[in-house]
Design a binder for this molecule. Structure first.
Ligand code: DC
Length: 220
């Protein structure tokens, strides 16, 4: 049983779950866990150390050695601010590739659960409701069409002054969707009891309000 209430928000890449989850956490004064950032950190660290993305056992051994810290919305690895470095498409694809290994997933369980602190937690990822926090008071599966998600990602990259091609982004996103959903270990699934929120035609604010409303109903 979780000691404090947990809202688990899962969904495919670029579904907006990070934005929605962090805003819900802010409104409730809860902690926020971006579990994808942990997989991305493993991707970055293993790339730096030249570990093959197919080597599950070695990647699993790397995890406990990583010095990870969070300050507000910044992420540090070995004291270095890697907030932007882990957000590239290349690191996202690498994270998806190494996330198939049970050794990596089990090495990250304790760290993810340690985020459940007073007064509560909003956690986003792929297996928050199904594996990490099965007792979550509210389980949400946030999704949007691949075209809507690719367009959102495109706009985010352009706004950051980075170059991007919509068709490449759509292709990468579909590749990651297929791998994240078909892997044997903790695949991306709509967990039992999860409420599905389709956000293709929703504004962020509307999605946040919906989740807050569901939480209020779930916690009375
Ligand atoms: O949410 P994201 O795009 O930052 O996640 C990057 C990759 O990490 C994603 O493609 C699959 C993996 N991941 C996972 O397997 N389980 C999680 N709970 C979160 C992310």
């Amino acid at each position: 049983m979780n000691s404090f209430p947990v809202i688990a928000i899962d969904g495919p890449t670029a579904s907006g779950k990070g934005t929605v989850a962090s805003l819900v956490a802010e409104k409730l004064g809860f902690h926020y866990l971006d579990s994808g950032a942990l997989y991305r950190l493993v991707a970055l660290a293993s790339e730096k150390q030249g570990i093959d993305v197919k080597n599950g056992p070695e990647l699993g051994l790397l995890v406990p050695k990583l010095l990870i810290s969070f300050k507000n919305s910044q992420i540090f690895f070995n004291g270095e601010d890697v907030t932007d470095a882990i957000r590239t498409e290349n690191i996202g694809l690498r994270a998806s590739a190494l996330a198939v290994h049970p050794e990596v997933r089990s090495a990250l369980v304790g760290l993810q659960r340690s985020f459940c602190q007073s007064p509560g937690l909003v956690a986003d990822g792929r297996d928050m409701a199904s594996v990490i926090f099965p007792d979550a008071v509210l389980k949400v599966f946030l999704t949007a069409t691949a075209a809507a998600r690719a367009e959102r990602r495109y706009k985010q990259l352009i706004a950051k002054g980075l170059s991007a091609k919509l068709e490449y982004l759509l292709h990468d996103l579909q590749e990651r969707d297929a791998r994240d959903s078909s892997r044997g270990a903790a695949p991306l699934v709509v967990a039992e009891g999860a409420k599905v929120l389709e956000t293709s035609d929703l504004l962020i604010d509307q999605a946040v309000k919906t989740v807050l409303g569901w939480y209020q109903s779930a916690s009375v």
